[in-house]
Design a protein around this ligand. Structure first.
Ligand code: NAI
Length: 786
């Protein structure tokens, strides 16, 4: 007798192709080629290139290669439209975003088909994931537009945004970029990727349908050269980029010193950790979603399976069995699981990397794939941690499997990457999941799930996966600015430190040489030299002339103090209060010191008093500036945890020698970071006097390290240091450019301001902005309610 199981296993699979005629008609209507969408209308096609369907290799459309002149025109249109767009009420902008969301839903089938034709992704994904998420993003940001005045009081739009996006989620990335930008009152020049520009072009027609004012959204097509003309354009106020880490680094250097704000969403090599007590069947389905979703061309793809040794064999058996059932082929077939690779160039790249991996000893287990621009689902075992397959972003349907023994091993393997975009953790033990989630260095952690997204939660990376968040409140605030203080007279470079020895007695009786402060101890500078600190009436003392070796030692000490980040907010608060108390006890000494630099009696007293108040304020915030819980999906909540960045390098302003130091170092340590501070180059002695305050305040050694000397030289070493996670610089414009350029190596976050911009005595010297720069949000998706 034939059973149902027999029927199911022997039944032939019949294709169920999606009707592509509407998208075909649209392409036919545009067969003369596309121009750019500038100032509300299409330009005439210029020099064009062909966009192909990767699944068939057939041409779909001709698209214009954007020139510098095209970018100029687009930026001019955006610039002209911006004040009027910003002057609308949030509610008026909300109506436009709502209309865009509605129209996306009305055209959803057309957009899904066009996306699958252009990108090669299975129609099931474009229909059920990409396009619904596009609409969701626009709805969510219609909401932010409506609430902007309530939720972000005093905030202004940044201006004109230059946005460059990749080819893996063409329309979704467009929505992620433009929705917050437009909600905030910015206008946009966006470049889609050269492989996949078609849904962006179709979107312009939807924008026109919704009556979006001309110039608010401009789309310029072209390749990296066009992208570079946008990101480097002087008329652009903010650059937002999603793509490869390599190009992210180029853009970081290109925009250095330009004053443009920058967010980068870059590559990843995310771990997928399966513990022995995980629901293995669910975890196998998780792998399907982690690495075979969108052909693995996903920045947060779970590309490294780490599985507990005890279940590794069984897991591999289940996984290879599941691989055999994945259908690779026609993206427009509703039964297809894995579609086409976006472009033959990308296919070559995947083959090349896999070839290198095999040469390094990897063993492949592959499913089937048809001829053409397709690649089979691939599992690689026997992969050493240093192999290209374990380290490089492949951006294809290729996953590695590595067994581990203990949770500690799993964690060290998970964090053994220069990236930090996402991670997925599988176990039935909630304690273990949350413990591992807290220790993985990544911006998004999925517990017993993977690749889930929602506009209500932030998305973005740690380390070389970039900085900034998209989605949620953080994503919205990246498109807003609170009028940053401006220097009336910009800070000028201080004279080089004078290391010439001078006779004793010249310094009004002060013959003590201040040392550096590293790892909780006073340390002689490596150079063996000191430099003279000038006061109002001649030299007032000597301080150590720090060099790059001292900075390296200080960074090492700061690293060792990482336990500070795990102290509770309450513990940190107590120590900050204690610092305030000890500073208060030594108030008169500090006043005297400030007076020796030329401060008047009242000014000196006020600076000390303000410093004490500031310690109280950050002590108060230490256990209050915390995260949020987002209700993102019916079966999940998303914990938005504020985490310290790690080691922050801080270059203090020249003026306000005490307050400039306290106002920058305190917020950083209040949030659990450790710090290497370069105090005011001209008047460092107020900071070196601070050792005694620190020494009596129970702060663990290494949390605050102080290196005196030539600010920009020391800062350069900090900015180049791979173990420094963020750099704050309050100094000259040349120094700021240097910091932004040098920080491109490990893509550290930077905060650069003119040292003379803030009035450190006023409210400008303190606030949430300091705390925001001292933290990054980790979004942890936790099963909840189902
Ligand atoms: P890409 O980073 O070169 O391209 C992304 C976008 O940046 C495209 O629109 C491109 O035209 C533009 N672009 C290129 N050079 C530029 C420049 N100098 N200035 C401004 N814009 C520029 O990525 P590509 O070459 O398409 O892919 C190469 C590899 O990058 C992939 O194999 C993958 O590993 C990684 N990648 C990662 C993505 C992510 O979301 N993490 C997205 C796309 C690629």
């Amino acid at each position: 007798m034939t059973t149902i199981t027999d029927i199911l296993s022997s039944m032939d699979y019949g294709p169920s192709p999606e009707d592509s005629s509407i998208a075909g008609d649209w392409l036919d209507r545009h067969s003369a080629g596309f121009g750019h969408f500038i100032n509300g209308a299409f330009t005439k096609p210029g020099k064009t290139f062909t966009v192909n369907n990767p699944a068939t290799g057939k041409a779909l459309a001709k698209v214009t290669q954007g020139t510098a002149a095209d970018v100029n025109a687009a930026v001019a249109a955006a610039r002209k439209a911006q004040p009027k767009w910003a002057a609308l009420s949030g509610h008026e902008r909300a109506r436009y975003l709502y209309a865009l969301a509605r129209h996306i839903q009305q055209h959803s089938r057309f957009l899904a088909v066009l996306e699958s034709l252009d990108n090669g992704k299975p129609i099931r994904e474009s229909r059920d994931i990409d396009i619904p998420l596009v609409a969701r993003h626009l709805y969510h940001h219609a909401g932010w537009a409506e609430l902007i005045a309530d939720e972000f009081p005093g905030a202004e739009p940044v201006g004109v945004c230059g946005q460059v996006i990749p080819w893996n989620f063409p329309l979704l990335m467009l929505a992620w970029k433009i929705a917050p930008a437009l909600a905030a009152g910015n206008t946009v020049v966006l470049k889609p990727a050269e492989y996949t520009p078609l849904t962006a072009l179709a979107f312009t027609e939807i924008a026109a349908e919704c009556g979006l004012p001309k110039g608010v959204l401009n789309i310029v097509t072209g390749d990296g050269e066009t992208g570079s003309a946008i990101t480097g354009h002087e008329g652009i106020d903010k650059v937002a980029f999603t793509g490869s880490t390599e190009v992210g680094r180029i853009i970081r250097r290109q925009t250095a010193g330009s004053g443009k704000s920058l967010t980068l969403e870059l590559g990843g090599k995310s771990p997928f950790v399966v513990f022995a007590d995980a629901d293995l069947d669910a975890a196998v389905e998780g792998v399907v979603d982690a690495i075979w979703f969108n052909q693995g061309q996903v920045c947060c793809a779970g590309a490294r399976i780490l599985v507990a040794e005890a279940v590794a064999e069984r897991f591999e058996t289940l996984l290879t069995a599941r691989m055999a059932t994945l259908r690779v082929g026609d993206p427009l077939d509703k039964s297809t699981d894995i579609g086409a690779i976006v472009h033959p160039v990308q296919l070559d790249r995947i083959r090349d990397l896999v070839g290198q991996g095999v040469a390094q000893g990897a063993v492949l287990h592959q499913g089937q794939a048809p001829d053409g621009c397709f690649y089979p689902p691939t599992l690689a075992t026997g992969v050493e941690p240093a192999s290209v397959l374990a380290t490089e972003e492949i951006f294809g349907p290729v996953v590695t499997l590595t067994p581990f023994r203990t949770p500690v091993d799993a964690l060290s393997l998970a964090n053994n990457t220069r990236y930090g975009l996402a991670a997925s953790v599988w176990s039935e033990n909630v304690n273990l999941c949350l413990d591992i989630a807290s220790k993985i260095k990544a911006g998004v952690i999925w517990i017993n799930c993977t690749n889930v997204f929602d506009a209500g939660a932030g998305f973005g990376g740690y380390r070389e996966s970039g900085f900034g968040r998209e989605g949620g409140r953080e994503g919205m605030s990246a498109y807003l600015t609170r009028s940053a203080p401006r220097a009336k007279k910009p800070e000028t470079a201080p004279p080089a430190p004078d290391a010439t020895p001078y006779a004793r007695g010249q310094t009004q009786g002060i013959d003590r040489t201040a040392k550096l402060y590293i790892g909780g101890k006073q340390a002689r500078p490596d150079s063996g030299y000191s430099y003279t600190v000038q006061g109002a009436r001649g030299p007032v003392g000597l301080t150590g002339l720090g060099n790059r070796k001292d900075i390296r030692n200080a960074v090492e000490a700061a690293h060792k103090a990482a336990g500070w980040g795990k102290a509770t907010g309450h513990n940190r608060a107590q120590i900050l209060y204690y610092i305030a108390e000890n500073l208060s006890a030594r108030g008169p000494e500090f006043e005297e010191r400030l007076r020796s630099f030329g401060a008047g009696k009242n000014a000196a007293a006020e600076e000390v008093e303000t410093a004490i108040r500031r310690c109280f304020w950050y002590a108060a915030q230490a256990d209050k500036f915390d995260g949020a819980v987002h209700q993102t999906k019916s079966a999940h909540v998303t914990l938005a945890m504020k985490e310290p960045l790690g080691v922050i390098g801080i270059a203090c302003p020249l003026a306000f020698p005490l307050l400039g130091f306290v106002s920058t170092v305190l917020p950083a340590i209040a949030m659990g970071n450790s710090v290497v501070a370069v105090p005011s180059q001209t008047h460092p002695l107020a900071a070196t006097d601070f050792y005694q305050v620190l020494e009596t305040s129970d702060i663990p050694g290494g949390v605050v390290n102080i290196v005196t000397g030539p600010r920009d030289d020391l800062t350069k070493t900090l900015a180049q240091h791979d173990e420094v996670a963020a750099m704050w610089y309050f100094g000259t414009s040349d120094g700021g450019r240097m910091v932004e350029t040098e920080s491109a190596g490990n893509l550290k976050q930077t905060w650069v301001e003119d040292g003379a911009a803030r009035d450190w005595m006023s409210a400008e010297g303190q606030g949430r902005v300091f705390l925001e720069h001292a933290t990054q949000v980790k979004n942890i998706w936790v099963p909840y309610g189902e």
